[in-house]
Design a protein. Structure first.
Length: 352
């Protein structure tokens, strides 16, 4: 175990885990936001965590490292300046929606420590797409300008109060606000915590949504439209995955992100069974195998690049996800349990 990993496990994690999960999340993000505003803190962190990244080019974007921050941890981009310094090769901010919204009532986030998992039903609590655009503008971020030292993805979803039949307009509103501030836009149609959202993965709805967004990307920038990635659920059947691929192939989408959290409760340890009854999406170790299966299924059938995400908590998991066919990786729950040392270790031990 490296010094960074020991320090996280022995000092930082016990302090963080003493707090309720959402409070811990807020405190940590706030600390990272402050550190991000202090140049020296950023530089110091970069010296510690940023040593082993390997560049790769995917969908026309230069990624300095293959491990990114998954969507949902920094919804409003408050710590956007810090993720590169912590060793991430890219950061996906959001999910944001066209209108600011509070999300579901608390409590809505639980750690299942024995299972190294998290259940969340946050419900896209966010300040809205316009606020994220302002935050990125204040940080000097424009598509392709590498202002943060790493590519920035922005994830967009549907505002809860927008009826499903108006979903396309809702996504378009966010897209127009953010397209020139993001190196890629992730279309989130797979959160289990917004009623009906996952039905946007159905063939007809997905075709309408992606046709509109890819056309808008061209309207905004004819010579180099922003790449659009689609984030999908691990709970889709094989035939539903094949339909998603068909739609992505026919609409000019540039990549897939697999997977979001699962509704399944398989793989939960006995000590966590009570918490497992909470409604919401499950992430972390119980998701590792299913996310990898989905990536393998997709990779065998498409040339589109895939970002593999779900239960990556070791260099071996990262390697296995790449072997399944992923070109890039994302981590969220593993970062909560293992801290930045995990990102450093993957960067160090996993070559392409
Ligand atoms: C607290 C929490 C919030 C999340 N919010 C989002 C989100 O807003 N948008 C999104 O696309 N995925 C969201 N996710 C899903 C993660 O991006 C990721 O796909 C999933 O957790 C599996 O990866 P992991 O096992 O490394 O956490 C969230 C996950 C967690 C645990």
């Amino acid at each position: 175990m490296s010094g960074i990993e020991r320090a996280y496990r022995g000092i930082a994690r016990p302090l963080i885990f003493r707090m309720d999960a959402e409070r811990a999340h807020e405190v940590t993000l706030r600390a990272l936001a402050v550190a991000g505003r202090l140049g020296p803190a950023r530089v110091a962190a970069a010296g510690l965590f940023n040593r082993h990244r390997r560049p790769v080019r995917v969908a026309g974007i230069e990624f300095p490292g293959i491990v990114g921050l998954a969507g949902g941890l920094d919804k409003n981009g408050v710590a956007a300046r810090m993720w590169g310094s912590l060793g991430f090769g890219f950061a996906e901010l959001g999910t944001v929606t066209s209108q600011a919204q509070p999300g579901n009532p608390q409590p809505r986030l639980w750690r299942l420590a024995q299972s190294r998992a998290v259940i969340n039903r946050m419900g896209f609590n966010n300040l809205g797409a316009a606020a994220l655009a302002r935050t990125l503008a204040a940080a000097g971020v424009r598509r392709g300008n590498n202002a943060l030292g790493i590519p920035v993805g922005v994830s967009i979803g549907k505002t809860k109060i927008t009826p499903l039949e108006h979903a396309v307009d809702d996504y378009l509103t966010s897209f127009r606000l953010l397209a020139d501030r993001a190196d890629y836009v992730a279309v989130n149609v797979s959160s289990p915590n917004t009623p009906g959202l996952r039905s946007l993965q159905d063939k007809e709805s997905l075709t309408d949504l992606l046709t509109a967004l890819t056309a808008e990307a061209i309207t905004i920038d004819k010579s180099g439209p922003v790449p659009i990635f689609v984030k999908i659920a691990p709970d889709l059947s094989e035939s539903a995955l094949d339909e998603v691929l068909e739609v992505c192939g026919s609409t000019g989408v540039q990549g897939l992100i697999a997977t979001n959290t699962t509704l399944s409760r398989d793989g939960i340890g006995p000590a966590d069974l009570e918490l497992a009854a909470e409604a919401g999406g499950l992430s972390g170790a119980p998701l590792t195998r299913r996310a990898r299966q989905v990536v393998a299924h997709l990779a065998a059938r498409t040339d589109l690049p895939i970002i593999g995400v779900g239960g990556i908590e070791s260099a071996a998991d990262a390697r296995a996800m790449l072997d399944a066919g992923a070109r890039l990786l994302q981590v969220l729950t593993g970062f909560i349990y293992h801290g930045p040392g995990l990102i450093d270790r993957i960067n160090q031990e996993v070559s392409l």
